[in-house]
Design a protein around this ligand. Structure first.
Ligand SMILES: Cc1cc2nc3c(=O)[nH]c(=O)nc-3n(C[C@H](O)[C@H](O)[C@H](O)COP(=O)(O)OP(=O)(O)OC[C@H]3O[C@@H](n4cnc5c(N)ncnc54)[C@H](O)[C@@H]3O)c2cc1C
Length: 376
């Protein structure tokens, strides 16, 4: 029957395609429809993940090809520069467009419709999905990956925005040290945590991203700071741009809704970092991806790791109330904690000992104030 499906996915971005690339391995006979708002697969993203011992192997499972792999990382503030060698771990970058294309190619027997904006969903024994252009699709199950719209989905009130502008540039002469990725090169600010993120793909090519962890997003200001930072590089050519706002808050997934949330709205994004690829992969790696039925549907609702989300919430409270000390927090963490513990912590794969090491590495007074929400 036309326009009637077993499952409809709203949004054909990272979470949907990672999910379907695995789910359709065993369930390719189901009739599955993806409705995606964009006209083309996005090329304004770069997905980075940590890789190494005891971390879920994303590259192998999803048959992805890294654009670049680093075995050292840097953090810089006005006072110091910290260089950490991370071997046997690695920091890997995947090109956003290629990743989404490769994932889509692995989804067996799905219908992927682009340029369709979902406007309204009604549940009456079946899901009725209405699009902006007036088409109607029906399905038994619905996965919704649209980004969060209201504050009610957050567990704690301290929600920041991670807003950034990135430019991939190339230069004629060698200007980048491509042996290390710079995670955070901080700039001084009292109102937001501001840093530049530098991914040198070669000595002549890099993605430079200016990021603000902020309550209120002002893209004019971010653009100004970004342009100033780009002036560090001589005679550069712009290859590509990235611009986004990601939510930084602990999201409680609504497991009572008929529609199954997936992706950012389900809490698949790490609250304190805005990274989601590893969290999505960890979740899918543990799921028994059997054909969805009413009796196993509950297993498809994502539950975030409670302890890690709680630790992130304290961290976010501090960053929300005292952004000026944000750089100190990150620098203390990377200077004092074991780098392998940090990597496993950031990848949702920490042991109890890792968590203890992380807590001990952070400035106690500041974190206790965050815990009890006490600021002078
Ligand atoms: C520029 C950028 C860089 C990032 N870098 C990293 C990184 O290095 N590492 C990492 O782990 N994470 C990173 N992230 C974060 C995270 O991995 C992404 O946000 C990820 O895409 C989240 O997956 P998702 O499926 O929830 O959302 P998306 O991938 O955004 O997919 C949601 C889809 O829904 C579509 N949609 C929205 N509304 C509708 C509608 N009404 N009808 C139909 N379709 C709709 C959107 O067009 C979109 O394609 C980055 C994000 C961005 C934007």
């Amino acid at each position: 029957m036309k326009n009637i499906y077993d499952i409809i996915f709203i949004g054909g971005g990272l979470s949907t395609l990672m999910f379907l690339s695995q789910y359709t391995k065993n369930n390719s006979k189901q009739k599955i429809l993806v409705l995606e708002k964009n006209k083309k697969i996005r090329s304004d993203q770069t997905f980075c993940v940590w890789a190494g011992p005891n971390l879920f192997d994303i590259e192998k499972t999803y048959k992805l090809k890294p654009k670049k792999i680093w075995q050292s990382i840097k953090l810089i503030n006005s006072k110091e520069s910290i260089l950490q060698k991370i071997k046997p771990y690695q920091y890997k970058a995947f090109d956003g467009n290629k990743t989404l294309q490769l994932l889509l190619a692995q989804c067996k027997n799905i219908t992927y419709k682009k340029n369709i904006i979902v406007d309204d969903i009604v549940y009456e024994n079946l899901f009725l999905v209405r699009t902006k252009s007036g088409e109607l699709f029906k399905s038994t199950y619905l996965f919704d990956s649209r980004p969060p719209k209201n504050k009610a989905i957050y567990k704690y009130p301290e929600v920041l925005n991670q807003a950034f502008i990135g430019t991939e540039i190339s230069v004629a002469r060698d200007q980048f040290d491509d042996t290390a990725a710079t995670l955070m090169n901080f700039q001084k600010s009292d109102d937001a945590i501001i840093f530049n993120y530098i991914l040198p793909f070669s000595k002549k090519r890099a993605l430079i991203e200016t990021t603000f962890f902020t309550k209120k997003v002002d893209f004019n200001l971010i653009s100004k700071v970004h342009k100033n930072f780009l002036h560090h590089y001589q005679d550069y050519k712009i290859i590509r741009k990235e611009k986004a706002i990601l939510p930084m808050g602990v999201i409680k997934n609504d497991t009572n809704s008929q529609a199954i949330k997936i992706g950012i709205s389900a809490g698949m994004i790490r609250p304190a970092t805005g990274y989601s690829m590893q969290r999505i992969a960890n979740w899918l790696g543990k799921l028994d991806l059997k054909r969805i039925t009413q009796s196993n549907k509950a297993t498809y609702y994502f539950q975030g790791p409670i302890l890690l989300d709680w630790l992130d919430s304290i961290f976010l409270k501090v960053c929300y109330n005292k952004p000026e000390i944000g750089p100190l927090l990150f620098i203390s963490l990377f200077k004092n904690a074991n780098i392998f513990s940090i990597i496993r912590f950031l990848s949702d794969s920490s042991t109890t000992l890792d968590i203890i090491k992380i807590i001990l590495a952070l400035p106690k007074k500041i974190m206790v104030k965050g815990l009890f929400n006490y600021y002078e």
